[in-house]
Design a binder for this molecule. Structure first.
Ligand SMILES: NC(=O)c1ccc[n+]([C@@H]2O[C@H](COP(=O)([O-])OP(=O)(O)OC[C@H]3O[C@@H](n4cnc5c(N)ncnc54)[C@H](OP(=O)(O)O)[C@@H]3O)[C@@H](O)[C@H]2O)c1
Length: 395
C-alpha cells in the first residue's frame, strides 16, 4: 500500500480539522505535506508541529512571521508561505497527490482549480468552486486526468449510490431518473418566515444536526446551502436541473438518494458526521475506519421526508433561478450571498435581508457566459461591490 500525500486547503476549519482527525488514525496510509489557513495561526502551528508538512500557508506576512516564530521555537522545518498565490504552491509544490479543498467561499476557487489542472485526487468540500465555475472546473478535471471525489455529504452519498462506471457514462444511460438531495431544513425549519426578523448569528449557527463553520451554518439556516448544492450536483453528475430534487429530511440520517428507472431508490445512510465522507474520499475505493459511531436504526424514532416550502426559504428559490439562468448568475448569487452572510455575522445585517441583498444583486448584475476564469472573477468582484452598496443603503 503506497502512502498518500495529502494537502489540506483550509486545515484550520471544520472540514480541515475532521480531515486531520481521520488522517491521524491512519499514519500508515496518509502523510500530510501541506496545510493552509487564513487567520488561525496558533491552531495551524499546532497542526504543523503534529504533522510536520513541507509547506504551510497563511493569509498575510504578519501571520507568516508569527507562524515561523512558533515553528522555529519547536524546531519544525516547514516552509511558511503567504497570500493567495501560495495556496496554489501548496498544491503544485508540496509533492501532494491528494488535495482536500476545504477553504470556505470563493477564496477556494483558484487553488481548487489548480489541483484539478494538476491531475490530483481532488476531495471537493468547497462547493462554491463548482457553483462559480462548474463548467471550467469539470473541464480542468478532465484535462488534468485526476479523480474528483465529492465531500459534501449529499454528493458523497449520491456518488456512493451510483455505479462505479458513472464517470464514463451519462447518468441517463445508467437508468438514473432523479437525484434526491436531502436537507435538514436547518434550525428554523418549522418557524414561519415572519418570526425570523430578529434572529441572531448564534441562533442561525446552532444547526440541529451538524457542527460546521459559521458561513455554511447560516447557509443551512437560509437553505442557500441546498441551492448551492443543487448547482454543485448539476455539474458533478451532469443531470438536468429538473431531475435534481430537494427533500426536507429533519433527521439527517439519509444523506441523499438516487432514483432509478426500474423503481429502485438507493440511499446512503449514516451518522451526521463529516468524517464518513472524508474517509471515503481519502481511501476510495477502499473503506477505512472513520472514527464514526455505528448507526443504530432501532434507536431512531422515525425518518420523515417532505417538500421544501419555497416561500419560507427565498434563498433556495433564488439559487434555483440562478441555476436556471446559468452563465455567471451562480457566481453572482454566491458572491452576494458571501457578502450578505458576512454582514449578518459581523455587522448586524438583519437575517431576512440576506435574501433581499442576493436578489437585488442578481437583478443588478447581468449574467454573461462563464467561459473564462477572468469573466467569472470579474462577475464575482462586481457582485461583491453591488451587494456591499446595497447593505450600506439598508443600514
Ligand atoms: N463543515 C461542514 O460540515 C461542511 C460540509 C459540507 C461542505 N462544507 C464546505 O466545506 C468548505 C469549508 O467549510 P467549513 O465549515 O470547514 O468552513 P470553516 O470552518 O469556516 O473553515 C474554513 C477554512 O478556510 C480558511 N479560509 C477562510 N477564508 C480564507 C481565505 N480568504 N483564504 C484562505 N483560506 C481561508 C479558514 O482559515 P482560518 O480558520 O485560519 O481563518 C479555514 O481553514 C465550505 O465550502 C463548505 O461549504 C463544509
Amino acid at each position: 500500500m503506497s502512502v498518500k500525500k495529502v494537502a489540506i486547503l483550509g486545515s484550520t476549519g471544520s472540514i480541515g480539522v475532521n480531515t486531520l482527525d481521520v488522517i491521524r488514525a491512519h499514519p500508515d496510509r496518509f502523510q500530510v505535506v501541506a496545510l493552509t489557513a487564513a487567520k488561525q495561526i496558533e491552531r495551524l502551528a499546532e497542526q504543523c508541529i503534529e504533522f510536520n508538512p513541507a509547506i504551510a500557508v497563511v493569509a498575510d506576512a504578519d501571520g507568516a512571521a508569527q507562524l515561523s516564530r512558533l515553528l522555529q521555537e519547536k524546531k519544525i522545518s516547514t516552509q511558511v508561505l503567504y497570500g493567495p498565490g501560495a495556496l496554489v504552491s501548496a498544491v503544485t509544490e508540496s509533492g501532494c497527490d491528494t488535495v482536500m479543498a476545504a477553504i470556505v467561499g470563493a477564496a477556494g476557487l483558484v487553488p481548487a482549480l489548480a489541483a484539478a489542472q494538476a491531475g490530483k485526487r481532488v476531495l471537493l468540500a468547497n462547493k462554491e468552486a463548482l457553483v462559480m465555475s462548474g463548467d471550467l472546473f469539470m473541464q480542468a478535471m478532465k484535462a488534468g486526468g485526476g479523480e474528483l471525489l465529492p465531500i459534501d455529504s449529499e454528493h458523497n452519498a449520491i456518488f456512493q449510490c451510483l455505479p462505479d462506471r458513472f464517470t464514463k457514462n451519462p447518468l441517463d444511460h445508467l437508468g438514473v431518473e432523479e437525484l434526491w438531495l436531502t436537507a435538514s431544513g436547518g434550525p428554523f425549519r418549522d418557524m414561519p418566515i415572519t418570526d425570523l426578523a430578529n434572529i441572531t448569528p448564534e441562533q442561525a449557527c446552532a444547526h440541529p444536526n451538524w457542527v460546521m463553520g459559521r458561513k455554511i451554518s447560516v447557509d443551512s439556516a437560509t437553505m442557500m446551502n441546498k441551492g448551492l448544492e443543487v448547482i454543485e450536483a448539476f455539474w458533478l453528475f451532469g443531470l438536468p436541473l429538473n431531475q435534481i430534487k430537494v427533500l426536507i429530511h429533519p433527521q439527517s440520517v439519509v444523506h441523499s438518494m438516487v432514483r432509478y428507472r426500474d423503481g429502485s431508490v438507493l440511499a446512503q445512510m449514516g451518522q451526521p458526521d463529516m468524517r464518513t465522507p472524508i474517509a471515503y474520499g481519502l481511501a476510495w475505493p477502499e473503506r477505512i475506519d472513520a472514527g464514526v459511531a455505528p448507526l443504530n436504526l432501532t434507536q431512531l424514532a422515525g425518518l420523515s421526508f417532505s417538500e421544501p416550502n419555497l416561500a419560507q426559504f427565498p434563498c433556495l428559490s433564488l439559487a434555483f433561478a440562478a441555476a436556471k439562468t446559468g452563465g455567471t448568475a451562480p457566481a453572482i448569487l454566491n458572491a452576494a450571498n458571501e457578502i450578505a452572510v458576512a454582514a449578518f455575522l459581523d455587522e448586524g445585517l438583519p437575517y431576512l435581508k440576506i435574501a433581499e441583498v442576493v436578489e437585488r444583486t442578481l437583478n443588478a448584475v447581468p449574467s454573461v457566459s462563464a467561459g473564462s476564469l477572468e469573466t467569472i472573477l470579474s462577475a464575482d468582484t462586481k457582485a461583491r461591490q453591488i451587494a456591499s452598496d446595497f447593505i450600506r443603503d439598508i443600514r
